[in-house]
Write a protein that binds this ligand. Sequence first.
Ligand SMILES: *Cc1c(COP(=O)(O)O)cnc(C)c1O
Length: 467
Amino acid sequence: MKYYDKLVFELSKEGRCGFSLPLNSFPSGAELPAALRRESALELPEVSEPDVVRHYTNLSQMNFGVDTGFYPLGSCTMKYNPKINEEVAALQGFAGLHPLMHAGLTKGALRVYQEMNKALAAITGMYTFTFDPCAGAHGELTGLMIMRQYHMMRGDLGRTKVIVPDSAHGTNPASAAVCGLEVVEVKSLENGRIDVEALKPLLGPDIAGIMMTNPNTLGLFETQIEEIASLVHGCGGLLYYDGANMNPLMGVARPGDMGFDIMHLNLHKTFSTPHGGGGPGSGPVGVAKHLEDCIPDIRVSGFHGNFGVILRAYAYILALGRDHIRKVGQYAVLSANYIKESLKDVYKLPIEGVCKHEFVFDGLVNDGAREGVPGATTLDVAKRLLDYGFHAPTIYFPLLFHQALMIEPTETESKETIDAFIEVMRKIAAEAAVDPEILHGAPHCTPISRPDETAAARNPILKYQDA
Ligand SMILES: *Cc1c(COP(=O)(O)O)cnc(C)c1O
């Protein structure tokens, strides 16, 4: 039996102790005034040190992380994060800084911002970056504020709409709405790229710009960027680049050279900061030279964003260097295409051809459906993967395919790991064809099986005690 089968949280036993504090060493008369002192002892769990260590170590094993296994969550770039980055971020000279310290004492940190600005400008072809935004979506909002500011400064006040492709990450239309812009959707073609003919009639004097993701969320390189850029610029709009998927392009191609005016990067994805739990992140925004003065004066975050994440990214960029950074994308692309080609006879591949860092399947070729037994779905496949020790890919996104299963292996996985994943994916497909019921009940081997997601969101259990 595993520790978590018991889910023991009440470990306290009277008199047990896991710490020792020195006796009060204040000179007499220096104690707290009587009115501020506790009247009774603080009620803390009484546990020994090994019990505490085991409790938290075992709890950490109930979850899945990049440090415990392969995590091919599409669009999220769950690459391995080198531990040296953590050491750099923890250096006392950095970790002990306070943003209100005298500037003379923070020169090292300012130098890091400066060097990072140069490095990201070199990687992206943008002119300069602001490091204030604390996530990708936060960067999008900041970038759209810059876009709006640009039009306002020119007295061009009628530009209230922003074009977003139907394949976009959900944060794109959300950020546009928060920025007070109206979202106009442009459809994708059968081949997964933006439909330029459908774009043309949308352009006009009310368009502030377009938000594009490249490679897009299907893992495909947008092949008509130059034409789109000249069309959008031609109508007076700007081009925003969602650079959360920059992983395959670093050192190979630059949004600045493609004609983009504004972009954000996800340092926590592409530049290796652990981000499975939702943060902290960093979404620096880069602009072309003509937009330098449009970066908002008001801070979009307290002080200068998440400095620890910026430090990790700095360590990562320096470790790779100019010559090796392009290998990141090359290996990521190779891994994705290898998995795609190895599985496309058992999982439906809606769009053939070379992908970039990720690709999307549309469910199983044979889902095992028969009289009285529904077939295995993408959700079933994802849950079954957990039984075999792999994190699930992203599912039901992008919305273009009903059974979307989006796989992004990243460059940091060995061939052995990728082969093991392919073997398990084939095994699951074979299980589905024979008996989809095995998959409907999965996962069978995890601490918690399949939660009711609606109930979990409506009635979250926020403490370990019942009700
Ligand atoms: C992850 C992602 C975002 C949002 O980034 P957050 O840091 O989660 O806010 C935006 N666009 C794309 C394409 C992404 O993959």
